[in-house]
Write a protein that binds this ligand. Structure first.
Ligand code: MD3
Ligand code: FE
Length: 217
């Protein structure tokens, strides 16, 4: 069950990290974080975590994933990165997006067409995500919204070229980030998770949810 996110907006002011990239530290208060975690647990029961592998090489990701919403992001060795309406292992449709996520989208990306996919990433404390761009969507004009739960992560972000300068910020439980404009195609990744930095997840680790528009509005 999810509470009213409108009442859960954190006190910290939004910070613009670069053009199109706005960070809302503590956007979800602890009650909203717990409620969203309950939603995530229900999603994982309906759509079990899977471990994607890289196209061609078949190298496994250290992050495990699932999705909710009409489409989900998947990857395997043969067919590579893509969005599809069915879970790759169960063959079932992804569960619907919880109301709390749709409310967060309406609040932080006002006027955007509805999100079609929410990718849910699970990091154990040894998981990482290398620097990459998100380019599997059909439209880059709509921002991506990220929400973090659990242990703090060192998030690294650069520009639209891999070799450019990067900066790192610590993303904590409850933080929201919006990536629009030029930031939509910025290189980004997770350097590491800081063990023991949050008590939200009993076994530690981190969850990141990214809401995305996949097809042209
Ligand atoms: C900037 N996830 O799922 S969230 C991803 O914390 C991903 O799990 C990381 O990168 C995580 O693709 C980083 C921040 C994020 C997410 C999507 C973006 C930044 C982004 C898409 C475009 C630009
Ligand atoms: Fe990404």
């Amino acid at each position: 069950m999810s509470g009213d996110l409108a009442g859960a907006v954190g006190g910290a002011k939004p910070l613009t990290l670069q053009e199109g990239c706005v960070w809302y530290p503590g956007w979800l208060d602890s009650r909203a974080q717990q409620d969203l975690l309950d939603d995530v647990r229900a999603i994982v029961r309906a759509a079990p975590l899977f471990r994607p592998v890289m196209p061609r090489t078949g190298a496994p990701f250290s992050v495990m994933m699932t999705n909710c919403g009409p489409l989900g992001w998947v990857s395997d060795q043969r067919d590579g990165y893509r969005y599809q309406p069915l879970h790759p292992e169960t063959g079932q449709p992804w569960p619907p997006m919880p109301r709390a996520l749709l409310q967060a989208w309406a609040a932080l990306v006002p006027g955007a067409p509805p999100p079609e996919a929410c990718l849910v990433n699970f990091y154990r404390t040894d998981a990482r995500m290398g620097l990459h761009q998100d380019r599997d969507e059909g439209d880059f004009s709509v921002p991506v919204l990220s929400l973090s739960l659990g242990d703090t992560a060192v998030f690294r972000m650069g520009g639209s070229e891999r070799r450019g300068k990067t900066r790192a910020i610590k993303l904590a439980s409850g933080d929201a980030l919006v990536f629009g404009g030029a930031a939509r195609l910025a290189f980004h990744g997770i350097d590491r998770v800081l063990p023991g930095s949050s008590t939200l997840l009993k076994e530690g680790g981190r969850i990141n949810l990214t809401l995305r528009r996949v097809s042209a509005p």
